[in-house]
Each structure stands twice: as C-alpha cells, then as structure tokens.
Design a protein around this ligand. Structure first.
Ligand code: G6P
Length: 418
C-alpha cells in the first residue's frame, strides 16, 4: 500500500504513523510518501518520522518529495492536511471579522470563508491530478473547512474523496471519558454539516442512555453551556458555541491577549524545535496543547474499512443525495455512512431535531455559495454567501468586509480579479 500525505510538514503527521503501528497486522503499508511545499518542514518531518518508525518498530519505507505528481502517482490513499497561507493567514481570518464585532474563527463565519477561498483551488488541483495519477485512490481530506472542500471536490472533479473531521467520534470520546465505556458500545444519530451538527438518541449496547448518563456525556462538550444542551435535548457540535453564545464568545476573544491562531504560532515554534532535534524520537509534549485529536484514528478506520472490505459505520462528509430531506442532493453533509471496499453509502438520517433545520439550511446555503464563489472568483457570490451566513448577514458590514478580506488574501486568490 502506498500512503501519501499532502501537507506532511504538519505537526500531526507522526500520529498517522502511530496508527499504522497499532494496525500493522491488518494494514500492510509499504511506503509512506511525505509531500509538502515547505522544504524545511518536510525535511524536519522526514527525519523525525524515520526516528519515530524505528522507535515504533514499524517496517515501512519513509520517502519525501517536493513533486506533487510523484507524491500522487499510484497512491492508494492520499491524506490531505494543508493550510494554505499557514497560520499567518489564519490570524487575519480571525482579526478582520473581529474588528467589526463578528466571530473571527478559522473555519466558521467570514474568516472560514476566506480559508475556503484560499484552499479550494489548491485542493481542486490535487484532485484533478489524482484523477490522472491515482484514479482508484482515495483522498482522505482533513483540510478545513472540510465540508466546503469536499463539496468543491465532489462537484467539480471525479476524484474519490472522503471528507473527515474528528467531530464524528466526539460522542464516543465523551462517553469513554465520562462513563469509562468502550467506543464500540456507543451509538447515536448524527446530522448536519461539518462544525454544524447535532447528536441525538445516544445508546449504549443498544439501550438508550439514562438522563444522568446523557448529562455526563454532554458535560464533556465544554464549549456549549450544559443548561442549553439540556434544553435542546441533543448535543450540538462544540462549534455551535459561535452561534448560541455569539456575544459572549466574541467578547472573550476580543479581551484575550492573543487569538487562537497567534497562540498556535507560538506553540508551533516549540513543536518544530522538538521535531528537529536529531536526538529526539518522542512526540513533543506541546502537541497536546493543539486542538486536533483523533484525526489519525478516524483516517485509519476508513483505510481499514476500504482496504480490508470491513463494513464500518462512520460519520463522513458526503453529497446529500436525499439523506437530509430539506437540502439539495449535491450539498455535502456530515452524516453516518456505511464504508467498505465499494466506498461510502449514506445511512438513513432517522432523527432531525426540530430546532436545527433553519441553522443547518442557512449555513449550507452560505457554504454552497462560498464554494461557487471560490471556484468562479465571483465577488457577487461572495457577498451573497456572507449575506446568507447567520454569523454575518448585515449588508453594511458585508460591503466593508469584502474589500478588506480580498486585499488581505490577494496573494492566495488568483481566481479573483480585483
Ligand atoms: C479542529 C479544527 C482544525 C484545527 C484543529 C486544531 O479540529 O477543525 O481546523 O486545526 O482543531 O486546533 P488548533 O486551534 O490547535 O489549530
């Protein structure tokens, strides 16, 4: 098996190797191909991965390249984990909307849209090359905003893509932490979009959880008020904090000395110094201060399901095709799917909580317009997208934001003429 990592300079790369080591009997990976455009980070990561695989006792060939075609050619799986413009642009995605009192966040609101604008053309290029160089391979996408990226790739290319977020396994993680029970015993209904989803009907070994158990599980989602979760009766994604607690959260971010992106920039210095140390073959402790977790586990669940043809239920970003009754077929949604060697088929979405239709519809409306705007370089659609977004929507602010957001991203937006 050839497993390629696009954006391999990312600090999360070694976690994929850990998963390979855990599954060495069932997943015979021969070659891990590391690709990045940042030569320094690529070299640091290659060196560390070699030391780390040795430590893990994993017999796998680690290669690296700056040539995308070489990376993609004949790959069975291509894990995409890129951040176009890096954390420097992330900080602008945060700060520009905040100046107007709006949510400034890397994947949600106006900032998230700019991340999508920078990222979608690059992801389409990777997907188009995969059509040619690895037509049977699977793109496992972690690049955010994963819902918009997946919608762009499925609408505009023929590449095989599964769009992931670790949020799909959050309820399992929460139940494990709160009640000490194994993942395999926990099931739930899950509906919505990436970072805009709702979890309901949680069961353990097939029996509905008690209200005490529900509260214990819900309390692990500490981004959203527990009283609010009790009121809803379903657990919203932690990202719903930006919608349900908008004023409080914006004030908190404005009062903080650094935005999250600025904190991450500092953390990255520490993380890469540790990775670069030729004597070090341990994951840096500062990595635990990053927000991502569970990515590699989800990615390898997918690889195992496809490669070994094991029927596996997973939450994936896929084209709706009727699964969520009130959304168009081409709209990418984040829902449970059955995954095996034939790919993914969406499972029925039996329960749609009544208070979430409007939010999901509005945000999907924004997402689809943003995807079209990103592909066409269309400024009118950019404004439509922001007017549709429940976190923006104010005409005067939209007119002020648009030129500023475009200017701040000029280098990364060749598709727009301004
Ligand atoms: C989440 C987000 C990612 C983010 C990651 C790490 O999974 O969806 O976009 O990169 O957390 O968070 P951090 O704030 O540490 O970058």
């Amino acid at each position: 098996m050839k497993f390629t990592i696009v954006g391999a300079g990312s600090s999360y790369t070694p976690e994929l190797l850990e998963e390979f080591a855990l599954r060495r009997e069932s997943l015979p990976v021969d070659e891990v191909m590391l690709y990045d455009i940042n030569e320094l980070r690529l070299n640091i990561m290659k060196g560390f991965c070699e030391r780390f695989t040795k430590k893990l006792g994993l017999d796998v060939l680690i290669r690296s390249t700056l040539n995308l075609d070489e990376a993609l050619e004949g790959a069975d799986f291509v894990d995409t984990q890129i951040r176009v413009g890096g954390n420097t642009q992330r900080v602008l995605d945060e700060k520009i909307p905040l100046q107007y009192g709006l949510v400034g966040q890397e994947t949600t609101g106006a900032g998230g849209m700019m991340k999508a604008f920078r990222t979608i053309p690059v992801m389409l290029e990777i997907a188009r090359r995969m059509e040619r160089l690895s037509p049977d391979g699977w793109m496992i996408n972690y690049t955010n905003p994963t819902g918009l990226v997946t919608e762009a790739v499925t609408r505009y290319t023929k590449a095989n893509i599964a769009g992931f977020c670790s949020g799909g396994i959050f309820p399992k993680m929460w139940a494990k932490k709160a009640l000490g029970i194994d993942y395999s015993r926990v099931q739930y209904d899950y509906v919505g979009l990436n970072h805009m989803n709702f979890i309901s009907n949680i069961t353990i070994d097939g029996r509905p959880v008690s209200s005490e158990e529900f509260i214990k599980i819900a309390a692990e989602n500490d981004s959203v008020d527990l009283e609010l979760i009790k009121l809803l009766g379903v657990i919203p994604s932690p990202y719903l904090q930006w919608y349900y607690h908008t004023r409080e959260k914006v004030q908190k971010v404005l009062a903080a000395p650094l935005t999250r992106g600025e904190e991450v920039q500092l953390l990255e210095k520490e993380v890469y110094e540790a990775y670069a140390d030729p004597e070090n073959s341990d994951k840096p402790s500062a990595l635990a201060k990053r927000g991502g977790g569970g990515y590699s586990e989800v990615a390898m669940n997918f690889v195992n399901a496809v490669y070994n043809n094991v029927d596996t239920e997973m939450v994936v970003n896929v084209p709706n095709q009727g699964a969520v009754s009130f959304l168009p077929d081409s709209a990418v949604v984040e829902i449970p799917c059955l995954v095996n060697a034939r790919g993914m088929s969406a499972l029925n979405v039996p329960h749609i909580p009544p208070m979430c239709w409007g939010l999901i519809s509005a945000v999907k409306n924004y997402e689809s317009l943003a995807v079209e705007s990103a592909v066409e370089g269309n400024i009118q659609k950019m404004k439509w997208a922001l007017l549709a977004h429940p976190l923006v929507m104010d005409y005067e602010l939209v007119e002020k934001l648009v030129p500023e957001l475009l200017e701040a991203n000029r280098r990364y937006l060749p598709q727009f003429k301004f």
